[in-house]
Structures are given as structure tokens and as C-alpha cells.
Design a protein around this ligand. Structure first.
Ligand code: MEV
Length: 313
């Protein structure tokens, strides 16, 4: 491989949904914050010949890439078509520390960093609308029926109050507290979970739709509590959301164990975050020491990694 030019860089970060996952698919609001401890960088350099990629899923020619990279390949093709550029002559290096399939927005973040790097590489102007349009191509393949929440928050510096059919509100989510994030180590099942929730919502003999409406109302309340900086009541909302998500069948034993352990060790609220059935959970704490105690407990109870996010930063 002969490198012919300087590198073009694109970056993005992960996201944490505070409340509103799943119900956001049904046009209820969700609140998510940028998670800048987990980041991805895509670097594109010019080569001669077939384009190549270097990522945890595949290293080699894009033509030989596995199906798991289809979302990115379709995005690359769409950007090249839009900019009227050839799809060859690129070496695409993807470097990510966002755990994949864990509800942290990894797929949307990689697509965002890729689109940003491609526009820099081709020296073209990238508007927010174009970025969203191209990342959505990737997200539809990765997630089936994405609400668009992930694609919005992985490129935002601020918290988002996102409703599918309305303009996104970006707002100040600073709070006097800490969010502990724990990775179960298990891949989530976003597509399956979203589809099963859909069956419950459609089936009038279940209370699926009622649970979705309740999650929406909890999210609206959470927004007011964040504005009032009321950490204790926000914690209660998170726990109430977990009860509803559990009834919608998107939690699992490991997530429930971690949520219980957090609550027994001083959390003021805890729930799964993201698609569920694996992936990550979050716990709210009012003091740094409590957050550290919770994180240690979660590791003892099976989490493979934890992060402490200062909500005041
Ligand atoms: C996935 O991060 C969040 C879900 O609400 C799906 C979506 O919003 O597309 C489960």
C-alpha cells in the first residue's frame, strides 16, 4: 500500500441515554448526553488502487469486508456518489474505544467520524443536515428502525431532548452529581428488543402502549427536574423507567442484578441504558465517593468495565 497524501481526520463520541429509550421510537421524548470518555477517530489517507479498511472487524480491501461492515460500506458509497468522487484510492483507519453493541452509540459514532473524515478528505463542506442524512443510512442498516437519537447525540457537545417528529432541543444538563456507567460485557440486542417492544405496543391485549406513554411522561418530568437540578427526584424517575423497561422485556438478569447492586450501595436511581438485553446500565450518585463505591460493587457483581461521569463538568 503506497500512501500518497496527508491524513484526513474525523471524530465522534459515544452517548448515554438518561431516559426515554424505546419509547423514543414511538415519538415520545428521550434525554441523552454526549459521553466523551468513549471516542472514535477515523483517519483517511490516499493510496493507489482498491480502497482498504483497518478496523476491529476487518483489515484489508473493502471489497472483501464482512457483512457486519455493510452499514459503513453503504455510507462510503453514498458519500462518494453525492460528492461525485470515486470509491477507490482510500485507506480508512477506524480507531474506537466505544464498546460496540453496548447501547453507547458506537455504530452511529463510527459512521459520524467516517462521514466527517470523508468530507475533510474530499475538501467538501459538511452541514449538520448532510451529516445526519449520511449517518442515518448507516443506522438504518445497523438498527432497522432507528429513532435518530443516536445519530443526533454522538455529534453533539450538549445534552439533547429528542423527539422524533420535532426539532431537537440542545440543553444544559449540568447537575451536582455523578453518573456511574457499567458495561455488562454482553452485546445488547437492539434490533430484537425494538422489534419485541413493537409487538407489545401493537397487541391491544398487553399494556405495551401504556408503558410507552408512561416512559414518555417520565422523560418530560426528568427534563424539568434536570432544569431544577433536583438529583433525588431525577434518581426516582430513572428507577421508575427501569421498572417500565423491565415490563417491556428489554432488561435481563444481569442488568437487573447490577441495578439492584447499585441501589443497595447508595445509588439514588439506576436503570439500563440503550437498547437493553445486554449492553450497559447507569446509576446516579450524589457524591464522588458513593459513585466510586457503586462502581466497585458493579465490578464485583459482573460488570467488565465502569466509568464515572461527573455531571457537573
Ligand atoms: C438505542 O440506543 C435506543 C433505542 O431507543 C432505539 C432507537 O432510539 O433507535 C432502543
Amino acid at each position: 500500500m503506497k500512501v500518497l497524501s496527508d491524513a484526513a481526520l474525523g471524530a465522534a463520541h459515544g452517548k448515554i441515554i438518561l431516559v426515554g429509550e424505546h419509547s423514543v421510537v414511538y415519538n415520545e421524548p428521550a434525554i441523552a448526553i454526549p459521553f466523551t470518555s468513549a471516542t472514535v477517530e477515523v483517519i483517511i489517507t490516499k493510496i493507489s488502487g482498491d480502497s482498504t479498511v483497518n478496523s476491529i472487524y476487518h483489515t484489508g480491501k473493502i471489497l472483501d469486508a464482512p457483512e457486519s461492515l455493510n452499514n459503513l460500506i453503504k455510507t462510503i458509497n453514498a458519500v462518494c456518489l453525492y460528492l461525485n468522487k470515486p470509491t477507490n484510492n482510500m485507506h480508512i483507519h477506524i480507531d474506537s474505544n466505544i464498546p460496540a453493541e453496548r447501547g453507547m452509540g458506537s455504530s452511529a459514532a463510527v459512521a459520524t467520524a467516517l462521514v466527517r473524515a470523508m468530507f475533510t478528505y474530499f475538501e467538501a463542506e459538511l452541514t449538520d443536515e448532510l451529516l445526519y442524512r449520511f449517518v442515518s443510512i448507516s443506522e438504518k442498516i445497523a438498527h432497522g428502525n432507528p429513532s435518530g437519537l443516536d445519530a443526533t447525540v454522538v455529534s453533539s457537545k450538549q445534552a439533547v431532548y429528542f423527539t422524533r417528529s420535532e426539532a431537537t432541543e440542545f440543553f444544559d444538563s449540568h447537575l451536582p452529581g455523578y453518573l456511574v456507567i457499567a458495561d455488562t460485557g454482553d452485546e445488547g440486542e437492539t434490533i430484537g428488543a425494538v422489534s419485541d417492544v413493537g409487538k407489545l405496543v401493537k397487541n391491544k391485549n398487553t399494556n405495551g402502549q401504556k408503558l410507552i406513554t408512561e416512559l414518555g411522561n417520565l422523560t418530560k418530568k426528568a427534563r424539568q427536574l434536570i432544569e431544577k437540578k433536583n438529583l433525588n427526584q431525577l434518581g426516582e424517575i430513572l428507577s421508575k423507567a427501569q421498572t417500565r423497561l423491565n415490563k417491556l422485556t428489554v432488561s435481563n438478569d444481569k442488568l437487573d442484578t447490577l441495578v439492584d447492586a447499585a441501589m443497595k450501595n447508595g445509588a439514588i436511581g439506576a436503570k439500563l441504558t440503550g437498547g437493553g438485553r445486554g449492553g450497559c446500565m447507569i446509576a446516579l450518585a450524589d457524591q464522588a465517593e458513593t459513585a466510586e463505591k457503586i462502581a466497585a460493587t458493579l465490578l464485583k457483581n459482573g460488570a467488565i468495565q465502569t466509568w464515572i461521569h461527573n455531571l457537573g463538568d
